[in-house]
Design a protein around this ligand. Structure first.
Ligand SMILES: C[S@@+](CC[C@H](N)C(=O)[O-])C[C@H]1O[C@@H](n2cnc3c(N)ncnc32)[C@H](O)[C@@H]1O
Length: 258
């Protein structure tokens, strides 16, 4: 869905992926879908090198059982210090839908992550704006209220994605650019397969978030129990009939050479 919303591009940073021996890191890689797609469809096989593409995640349960040539996966907590040998070693660091996991330390966590980038290398960050489309309906608005309360609970400002480009500039990164990318869901998603994936990813994501709401002392304030229980089916129905947009923020920049 991300790729389709970007005109079939995974990387918006202007890195030359045909250059041989690029070292690439995906932080919070889950099942490596991003890296597998990048490697299979955007990097010529002649440019791949043994162990030059690394995916890390807190859990290995979903790592590919048989990673393809040049690719490896390892367990690493992105809240812990990075292994010394990884510092300054990547031509491209990609991190998507992760930073909120750093809680109140979002900004400091990014500073640590930037140490992984090689001088002259790129970082691309993708985070949810926590915004919906102007024509979105009441169920999407309630979804956003729920997200707002969850973010308040973990101490992350809802608007942190807006700041990504500024943070990169403050860290001395160059050629910093940012782009807002609305991801279409439901009847606004033109691709039938992606439309179905959108319903399932929204349902699975919402189930996880509903579990987390139970940890908020005193429960949610913006939705009552009945509204919470009906939110998932209402969201799906609204997406089918009216469609929805969940807005993403891309930001990228290059580490100076000297
Ligand atoms: C929202 S998913 C994003 C997955 C992928 N980046 C994407 O955009 O499709 C978050 C991922 O981060 C991983 N994760 C959560 N906490 C982590 C941590 N402290 N260190 C490393 N990975 C973590 C989860 O296991 C999960 O795979």
């Amino acid at each position: 869905m991300f790729k389709a919303a970007n005109g079939n591009k995974l990387i918006l940073a202007p890195i030359d992926l045909t250059k041989p021996h690029l070292h690439i890191l995906d932080i919070g890689t889950y099942d490596g879908t991003f890296l597998v797609d990048l490697s299979n469809n955007f990097i010529p096989s002649s440019a791949r090198q043994t162990d030059s593409i690394l995916g890390i995640d807190l859990f290995d349960a979903h790592f590919p059982a048989h990673p393809s040539e040049g690719m490896r996966f390892q367990i690493q907590n992105f809240l812990e210090p990075w292994p010394q040998e990884l510092l300054g070693s990547f031509d491209l660091v990609h991190q998507r839908l992760m930073l909120a996991g750093a809680g109140r330390n979002t900004r400091a966590n990014l500073t640590q992550t930037l140490r992984l980038v090689k001088p002259g290398g790129w970082i691309q960050l993708v985070e949810a704006e926590q915004a919906i489309g102007p024509n979105d309906g009441p169920a999407m608005q309630q979804f956003l209220l729920l997200m707002g309360e969850l973010f308040g609970f973990i101490g992350v400002p809802m608007t942190y994605a807006h700041e990504l480009a500024q943070w990169l500039e403050e860290e001395g990164f160059e050629e910093v650019e940012t782009r807002v990318v609305p991801i279409p869901y439901g009847c606004r998603q033109p691709d039938a397969e992606l439309r179905e994936k959108g319903y399932s990813s929204m349902s699975v994501g919402l189930q996880g978030k509903l579990k987390h709401t139970k940890m908020i002392p005193g429960g949610l304030k913006s939705l009552d129990a009945a509204e919470l229980e009906m939110l998932a089916p209402r969201l799906i129905k609204e997406m089918e009939e009216r469609g929805a947009e969940y807005v993403m923020r891309y930001a990228w920049g290059r580490k100076p050479v000297a």
